[in-house]
Write a protein that binds this ligand. Structure first.
Ligand SMILES: Cc1cc2nc3c(=O)[nH]c(=O)nc-3n(C[C@H](O)[C@H](O)[C@H](O)COP(=O)(O)OP(=O)(O)OC[C@H]3O[C@@H](n4cnc5c(N)ncnc54)[C@H](O)[C@@H]3O)c2cc1C
Length: 416
């Protein structure tokens, strides 16, 4: 194969890579995207599609290590760490545990809030400007509780969230049940986040692909990056379809990034945080907006003709098996909370690897060691929510424009 010279070569056609391609193409740059699999076919496929500035607080919070130790004893708990010898995972967990203090929590919350808020506004703009047909809805999201203590714990956090510009509304259990007949009795309260939104993720990535292709952007599926060789004026990439050369190379490779960046002497401590989803037909009665069954950390979202249960966090390395116990945990939570927990027809049972960094912040920006290599990965539980903001930030940094938000919190230097 001949060796074309691209302006920007993006590796990874998930939400992050495609959003980066769109923002770069908006800026007039010539872009090519390649992916080892199908467009949007990895973690960006079967997730819940919630767009959540409400999730600015990171997973690493005071009290989490003790809760996590208790959960380790139960394979059905929201967080599960498969006991095994894996020094990288244990180092990652130690760094994560060290961040479970008020100061680091606040630092990550601020960095995440800036990107989430920018992304939330930008996504609404993209949906209307590019006519993205992806069931985008601005109905907010509810946390729903059956455990009083858990409800009170989260209600107490609302003031801190309000200070970050995240609107919240605390709703009494009886009022909530009157508003939401889809729920079983026993709900003690709910917290509504009216600023959140949602979309259907497979449609979102397909629509980004449609817009890009209509502009002439080449998207090559089933074309894997094997290795790459940065030099002073560009990057030479060896792919499963031959050599490609580009002036700039962007790695938007989610949970696969650590192995790729290690080839050029970089560290990106990303662990695959495995989550699951079950997609069924639409039962007659569903919650009127996306909900988190908060005591079980399970999300429920309904689209046109579909309902999806999603959640759970499992650290078991790059493990490709569908764990039935974890899928059952989703179903059990739905049975506990909902009158009609599943639709009649099961369309998909799925797992995906969330690219988790230990500070729960993505890595966005130039490689600390290579002028023409750019990194856009590590979006953890929020890669759809953060996609448009991340894409725009990457495009601004690559084109040398002033970014809309401060890029400092996301720099890769923090891990070197
Ligand atoms: C159960 C579950 C529910 C979730 N719910 C939500 C939610 O409601 N809201 C939200 O914001 N986020 C959610 N997430 C998180 C979200 O799905 C991820 O953060 C997001 O999809 C990451 O997108 P990405 O583009 O960075 O990675 P990916 O979508 O994984 O894309 C990376 C791409 O890189 C490609 N690739 C890897 N290696 C190579 C290589 N060598 N050569 C070429 N290509 C390569 C892969 O094939 C892949 O397509 C959820 C995740 C899970 C698991």
């Amino acid at each position: 194969m001949n060796s074309p010279q691209d302006d920007v070569l993006i590796i990874g056609a998930g939400a992050t890579g495609l959003a980066t391609a769109l923002a770069l193409s908006d800026a007039g740059r010539q872009v090519r995207v390649i992916d080892a699999g199908a467009l949007g076919g990895a973690t960006s496929h079967g997730n819940c599609g919630t767009i959540t500035p409400s999730h600015a607080p990171p997973l690493a919070a005071p009290g989490v290590p003790m809760r996590a130790l208790r959960w380790m004893l139960s394979p059905q708990a929201p967080l599960y760490i498969r006991p095994r010898f894996d020094p990288q995972l244990w180092r990652w967990l130690a760094r994560f545990a060290a961040r479970c203090n008020r100061q680091d929590w606040l630092q990550s919350t601020q960095g995440r809030a800036a990107l989430l808020n920018d992304s939330r506004q930008r996504l609404a703009d993209w949906v209307s400007r590019h006519a993205l047909d992806c069931e985008f809805a601005e109905k907010g999201l509810d946390y729903v509780f059956r455990q009083q203590a858990n409800f009170e714990l989260h209600a107490a956090e609302c003031e801190a969230l309000q200070q970050l510009g995240i609107a919240t509304q605390v709703i009494d259990g009886a009022d909530y049940l009157r508003q939401e007949p889809a729920f079983n009795a026993g709900v003690v309260g709910a917290i509504r986040f009216p600023g959140d939104a949602s979309l259907r993720p497979d449609r979102y990535t397909a629509e980004l692909g449609r817009v890009l292709r209509a502009r002439g952007v080449q998207i090559e599926e089933y074309c894997a990056l094997l290795s790459f060789d940065p030099s002073h004026d560009g990057v030479r990439a060896q792919t499963s379809m031959g050599e490609q050369r580009a002036r700039e190379l962007v790695l938007a490779t989610g949970a696969w990034s650590p192995q790729l960046v290690a080839q050029v002497g970089l560290r990106m401590p990303i662990q695959p945080g495995k989550g699951y989803s079950i997609t069924t037909s639409h039962p007659a009665q569903v919650p009127s907006r996306p909900v988190a069954l908060k005591d079980r950390s399970v999300f429920v979202i309904a689209w046109d003709g579909r309902m999806r249960l999603g959640g759970t966090m499992e650290f078991s390395g790059q493990d490709c098996r569908l764990n039935e116990t974890r899928l059952q945990a989703l179903e059990q939570a739905a049975h506990q909370y909902l009158r009609q927990p599943l639709g009649e027809t099961v369309h998909e049972r799925w797992y995906g690897w969330r690219p988790m960094t230990w500070d729960d912040m993505p890595v966005l920006g130039r490689s600390p060691k290579h002028a023409h290599v750019w990194l856009a990965a590590g979006h953890g539980m929020l890669g759809i929510s953060m996609s448009s903001g991340s894409g725009q930030l990457m495009a601004d940094l690559i084109t040398g424009r002033a970014p809309a938000i401060d890029p400092a919190p996301y720099r890769a230097e923090r891990f070197q």
